[in-house]
Design a protein around this ligand. Structure first.
Ligand code: ADP
Length: 156
């Protein structure tokens, strides 16, 4: 069984993340959508809120599970028997960071393969921080995030 972990901050999950998740769910038997918690980073949404959003999104994918972890993601993969870690690439700027991250991960856990999905042009401009910024200024972001996230902005 090919298990992959898709880790991220998901603060909040966007349609860009969902596009990658959807493609990954077709490529692997099981995908774990993982909230990789960085306690040093104060996010826009709490860990609990982010998990609620992620679980709502995962309902559309029978082979996707949601979890959270505050340790090293490669160690999490080992515990779960996942041989693949998924990341998305939007632009050259992502490449630099992801290249370094994949080299660091390979140093720790050479048996775990990082798999990169290229964003398509419709969603490549979407990032959680951009969406948060737009929502702060009252821009309608309903085309960029799942309905549960959009409702949460409206409520706030
Ligand atoms: P992190 O803080 O770990 O970068 P993010 O939640 O920002 O977490 O993103 C998780 C992963 O999803 C990263 O690999 C990121 O490059 C990718 N990603 C984010 N937004 C998009 C998008 N619009 N299209 C494709 N990949 C994306």
């Amino acid at each position: 069984m090919k298990i992959a972990v898709y880790p991220g901050s998901f603060d909040p999950i966007t349609n860009g993340h969902i596009a990658i998740l959807s493609r990954a769910s077709k490529a692997f038997d099981k995908v774990i959508l993982l909230l990789a918690v960085n306690p040093a980073k104060k996010g826009r949404f709490s860990k609990e809120e982010r998990l609620i959003f992620m679980k709502e999104v995962a309902k559309d994918f029978p082979n996707v599970e949601v979890d959270s972890d505050d340790g090293l993601t490669v160690e999490y993969c080992r515990r779960k028997g996942a041989s693949f870690m998924i990341r998305g690439l939007r632009a050259v700027t992502d490449f630099e960071f992801e290249f370094q991250l994949s080299a660091a991960n390979r140093y720790i856990a050479p048996e775990i393969e990082m798999v990169f999905f290229m964003a398509d042009k419709e969603t490549s401009f979407i990032s959680s921080s951009t969406v948060n910024e737009m929502a702060n200024h009252g821009v309608d972001v309903s085309g960029l995030v799942p309905p549960i996230v959009n409702s949460s902005y409206k409520a706030k």
